[in-house]
Write a protein that binds this ligand. Structure first.
Ligand SMILES: [Zn+2]
Length: 371
């Protein structure tokens, strides 16, 4: 039997349904360390009525440079970030970010991130009028979601919002206490991010927003040497990412063409009616993807320089074959793909300061003390 309180709550719910949700806006969501073959563990996101890209790639298995590619549409050799901010890399002011483009077009721009490598020290705040993130380490996704939700509430005028969740990044400690091996707890953290982001994504859907949800990189679980990690590998476990585009006029289904994080910025701009001469997720024709490992580690690979950044792997993924250039070893694979590395030179040392405490706090191999 309905109670007075129940009827009152029901009427509030009806009011919620009929309230003008405001301008549609543009939402970018990144779930850190979410690998492509684990898309299905984000059950809500995987079932959104959008275009799922089954062959989507990141150029590098590190948070700062991968997000720099996402936010600029440019590769690590182009934007210059070849490792995380704690290795001294930061986005040059001359780079143009998608947030700057939206801000220039009169959009309100905001970002709510959950880890220090996605923060201002690496230049990820460039173009955001509001940028909210932890000053070190990581923080709970719920904090970023709450901040983003408050920012969106009652917002008038055009808006662009980036929300970053860090749950699937190691160590895997799901809030619901899920125990078990690395795979089980990793999957639970993806499900957790999906659960926490759901209300925000649903709100953006109800507004008719353009939404891109993806990851900065994947994760090696138990398939390769050197254990659970993403920073020391250039394999498909790390460089392939989930990606989905949702919005008015976007047909639900899968798209098997090869796309990358660098296609996201043109997509968001084109969807908003803003110019970008580059192809977007729906138009790009690409057969080859080039990427690199985040770091090298003497335990995993030979030819590493002492700072852990120089001497990394560079790899070309063709339609059927690969070409791997690993310093200190003979390159191997399909030599016909080698010319694709011509525009992808080995990194030069960063000019900024390194931050050993920040690196170790996040579980990364700390750069050794300078000699
Ligand atoms: Zn990351």
């Amino acid at each position: 039997m309905p109670t007075v309180v129940g009827l009152f709550l029901a009427s509030l719910g009806l009011m919620g349904c009929t309230r003008d949700p405001g301008p549609p806006g543009v939402l970018l969501v990144t779930i850190d360390t979410w690998r492509a073959d684990h898309m299905g563990h984000a059950t809500h996101i995987a079932q959104l009525p959008g275009r799922t890209f089954t062959d989507a790639w990141t150029p590098i298995g590190l948070t700062t440079p991968a997000h720099a590619t996402l936010l600029t549409g440019r590769t690590p050799p182009q934007h210059g970030l070849r490792a995380n901010n704690h290795h001294g890399y930061a986005l040059p002011a001359a780079e143009v970010t998608v947030a700057e483009r939206f801000a220039d077009a009169g959009y309100a721009t905001a970002a709510f991130v959950s880890a220090w490598p996605a923060g201002p020290d690496g230049g990820m705040d460039q173009g955001f009028q509001v940028f909210d993130g932890p000053e070190s380490g990581e923080r709970a996704t719920s904090i970023a979601v709450d901040g983003a939700t408050r920012w969106l509430e009652g917002r008038e005028g055009d808006w662009f919002l980036w929300v970053h969740a860090y749950d699937p990044h190691g160590p895997y400690t799901p809030l619901d206490g899920t125990a078990g091996d690395d795979r089980t707890r990793y999957a639970a953290e993806i499900a957790q991010a999906d659960r926490l982001l759901k209300p925000l994504i649903d709100d953006a859907m109800a507004r008719g927003s353009t939404i891109v949800i993806t990851s900065d990189h994947g994760e090696v679980l138990d398939e390769e040497r050197c254990g659970v990690q993403h920073e020391r590998s250039s394999s498909e476990h790390v460089l392939r990412v989930p990606m989905i585009l949702v919005g008015p006029g976007i047909e639900a289904g899968t798209n098997d063409r090869r796309v990358g994080l660098d296609d996201v910025m043109p997509t968001l701009l084109h969807r908003a009616g803003l110019e970008d001469p580059r192809d977007d997720l729906l138009t790009v024709e690409r057969e080859v993807w080039v990427g690199e490992s985040g770091l090298c580690d003497p335990e995993c690979a030979i030819g590493c320089a002492p700072d852990g950044v120089l001497g990394k792997d560079r790899i070309v993924y063709g339609p059927e074959s690969t070409w791997l250039d690993r310093p200190g070893r003979k390159p191997k694979g399909d030599a016909a793909l080698a010319p694709h590395l011509a525009d992808w030179p080995p990194p030069v040392a960063a000019t900024g300061a390194t931050h050993v405490e920040q690196a170790t706090a996040l579980g990364y191999m700390a750069p050794p003390d300078p000699e």
